[in-house]
Design a protein around this ligand. Structure first.
Ligand code: BTN
Length: 245
């Protein structure tokens, strides 16, 4: 494990460690990131002293087309850890990578992989979680409103304890993946999301799709039932859930 007071992006450090052939399980944690990034090259605001920014180096025996399962797996781990430390918290996952409390986003996962031949040579799972940051210091210009565990519950958590739980729970889910395969992870993921059966809008480079979130396919892609009843498989996009009620 490597701990940094301040770094650019823990994912960059982990990708470099991947290139240097370090074994899987290596973890990089930073108190502050100056170049934290999210999906689609967006900025991940990473001030010091309040949140968790960590990356895990994995070398799963997987083909690139199912690499998104790694993100689903880590999100289960994070939600389980939050629920363990804050019993009763309304934490759930929104496809593809959002860690939610109620209708707001408290964290996200960015998995970046390297491919060798037909296989993944490594997957770097980057997790950013807003933990103790007050609501007044959260970014306001996000697509989904941002929040933190503290802003939602008033509870200040010990970040080391929470990070340890996130790593343990993610490891447990990785064990599930290795022992029982992708289907088992998808079934577990479905228990931790509140978006299935809800009306959603997906925005992506191809435009907007609206409909009911039906479930995930065997590669972890989102299936949406459109108004004309046709099913559409979504590879990636920003999801807005009309209402969680
Ligand atoms: C997202 O919601 O778009 C994903 C955000 C992922 C942020 C984390 S913080 C640790 C790791 N290092 C990064 O630069 N990004 C990820």
């Amino acid at each position: 494990m490597e701990l940094y007071k301040k770094t650019g992006s823990t994912n960059d450090i982990c990708l470099e460690l991947c290139r240097q052939q370090l074994p899987e399980g290596y973890v990089v944690i930073a108190d502050e990131q100056t170049g934290g990034r999210g999906r689609l090259g967006r900025r991940w605001i990473s001030p010091p002293g309040q949140n968790i920014y960590l990356s895990i180096l994995l070398r799963p025996d997987m083909q690139p087309n199912v690499a998104s399962i790694i993100t689903l797996m880590a999100s289960i781990g994070c939600i389980n850890a939050m629920k363990k430390l804050v019993p009763g918290i309304d934490a759930h996952i929104k496809w593809p990578n959002d860690l939610m409390i109620g209708a707001k986003k408290t964290g996200g996962i960015l998995t970046e992989s390297r491919i060798e031949g037909m296989k993944l040579s490594c997957a770097v799972v980057g997790i950013g979680l807003n933990v103790n940051i007050p609501g007044s210091e959260l970014p306001r210009d996000t697509i989904i409103p941002a929040t933190s565990i503290f802003a939602e519950t008033g509870i200040t958590l010990n970040r080391s304890e929470l990070a340890a739980a996130m790593l343990q729970e993610t490891d447990d889910c990785y064990t599930l993946l290795k022992a029982h395969g992708i289907k088992a992870v998808i079934e577990t993921w479905l228990l931790h999301t509140r978006m299935i059966g809800r009306h959603i809008t997906v925005s992506s480079a191809e435009g907007e799709t609206s409909g009911i979130a039906e479930g995930l396919d065997e590669e972890g892609r989102l299936i949406v039932r459109q108004q004309d009843n046709a099913l559409k498989t979504i590879l990636s996009g920003d999801i807005k859930v009309k209402s969680y009620d």
